[in-house]
Design a binder for this molecule. Structure first.
Ligand code: XLS
Ligand code: CA
Ligand code: CA
Length: 444
């Protein structure tokens, strides 16, 4: 097999002083942090759609990057070239997982039977490529938003016929996920939302989405899928209002329809900020509900109101993310770079720069989050902040009491003591000092 990324070597760890653009400065796969190797803390994944598909097209212009990999797009030969490119790419970076939509793998045919035949062919080819490597699938999903038939939604469609096509795609995508050893299966609610309530039966649509998810769980378990199902919340785009607005909304939905045992959250950083939350807020909401499953590692642009899917470069955010992940005991899924190069970063080399940036950003985040935890001042502060609940009356509140007893206690006191400071600036300072301890002043 001829090499595709001929100008890019295998990417190795060279340390923070390295100036080599094709080396990791912080991601050192076997370095042990808090008792676990970096690569175990950070199961990174490549998103098939962005990395092997997205070629820079935007609403105002066509492709700027060449992702033909030497074959004509829209053919099975091209689909196979994408597999070759993907495996070479992952092996050069030491990435052990990939994520896919059904239609990322093959060109969709007019007849679903032909699409499925193509999927069988390509998944055999992927399986062959997996032999002798550590590479496997992190999660699979069905694209139920690009085909025009889904313009009114998939699970939330008004058409029973379209609903059957959604079911067929989920069934096949689950087959593929199991065949490729996937850890998880994602539902991102692409067009599961509405534009106007004037034409929408919201309750009916949500019940139908839940029915589809229930059938997916039943089918998945029947074919031996033991991983987690995930909902990936996103508040808007493409729909004005999407049903899986944020983690809290999605968790409420799962509980309402009895799906919470089989599902967790796949939290995407860019979707969190679109919902008006921080990334870490969405992670914490998922974690405290026992539903932090997987992460789509990217970032948005706060100056833009849409989903820009940029490679993560913000070390502060990555640190806060890793703090949440470590505290939650890790992920059952992994870190999928649902990210694409900017339109003007249009070379093969840029594809690698994106991943080197993302992997180094998360490695730094891991190192710094571990340092914050080992430092202990923040955890101590939080513990101390709630210490009054360890007092006699505090314990009584936690273990069950009455309003009358608490009211009597307040009356006995007459008034409260001085409220304690939340010390936000002090805490921000601790984080900064840990983040930047290794930075020296310029010599001159
Ligand atoms: C789109 C989503 C999508 C999901 C998978 O905004 O991020 O790519 O991750 O369908
Ligand atoms: Ca995503
Ligand atoms: Ca996104």
């Amino acid at each position: 097999m001829s090499e595709i990324f001929v100008n890019v070597p295998v990417i190795k760890y060279e340390g923070k002083d390295s100036k080599n653009p094709f080396a990791f400065k912080f991601y050192d796969a076997d370095r042990v942090i808090l008792g676990k190797k970096m690569k175990e803390h950070l199961p990174f994944a490549m998103a098939w759609w962005h990395n092997l598909g997205a070629a820079g097209t935007d609403m105002f212009g066509r492709d700027t990057a060449d992702k033909s990999f030497g074959a004509e797009k829209g053919t099975m030969e091209h689909a196979k070239k994408k597999v070759d490119a993907g495996f070479e790419f992952m092996q050069k970076l030491g990435i052990e997982y990939f994520c896919f939509h059904d239609v990322d793998l093959v060109p969709e045919a007019d007849d679903i039977k032909e699409t499925n035949r193509r999927l069988d062919e390509i998944s055999d080819y992927i399986l062959e490529k997996m032999q002798g490597t550590d590479i496997k699938c992190l999660w699979g999903t069905a694209n139920m938003f690009s085909n025009p038939r889904f313009m009114n939604g998939a699970g939330s469609t008004n058409s029973a016929e379209v609903y059957c096509f959604a079911a067929a795609q989920i069934k096949k995508a689950l087959d593929l996920t199991v065949k490729l050893g996937g850890r998880g299966y994602v539902f991102w609610g692409g067009r599961e939302g509405y534009e106007t309530l004037l034409n929408t039966d919201m309750k009916f649509e949500q019940e139908n989405i839940a029915r589809l998810m229930k059938m997916a769980v039943e089918y998945g378990r029947s074919i031996g899928f033991t991983g987690d199902f995930y909902i990936e919340p996103k508040p808007k785009e493409p729909m004005k209002h999407q049903y899986d607005f944020d983690a809290a909304t999605a968790i409420g939905f799962l509980r309402q329809y009895g799906l919470d045992k089989d599902f967790k959250m796949n939290i995407e950083a860019n979707h969190a900020t679109l919902a008006g939350h921080t990334f870490r807020h969405e992670l914490r909401v998922s974690a405290i509900n026992g539903m932090l499953g997987s992460i789509d590692a990217n970032q948005g642009d706060t100056l833009l109101g849409w989903d820009t899917d940029e490679f993560p470069s913000d070390v502060y955010e990555a640190t806060m993310c890793m703090y949440e992940v470590i505290k939650a005991g890790g992920l059952t899924g992994g870190f999928n770079f649902d990210a694409k190069n900017r339109r003007s970063s249009n070379t093969y080399e840029d594809m690698f720069h994106g991943f080197i940036l993302g992997m180094d950003t998360f490695a730094l985040g891991l190192i710094k989050a571990a340092a914050i935890i080992e430092d202990g001042r923040i955890d101590d502060f939080v513990r101390e902040r709630y210490a009054s609940f360890e007092s006699e009356i505090g314990k009584e509140i936690l273990h069950g009491t009455t309003l009358q007893r608490l009211a009597a206690y307040a009356e006995k006191l007459g008034s409260t003591s001085e409220p304690a400071s939340g010390r936000q600036e002090y805490l921000n300072g601790i984080v900064n000092s840990i983040l930047f301890t290794e930075v020296d002043c310029p010599k001159k």
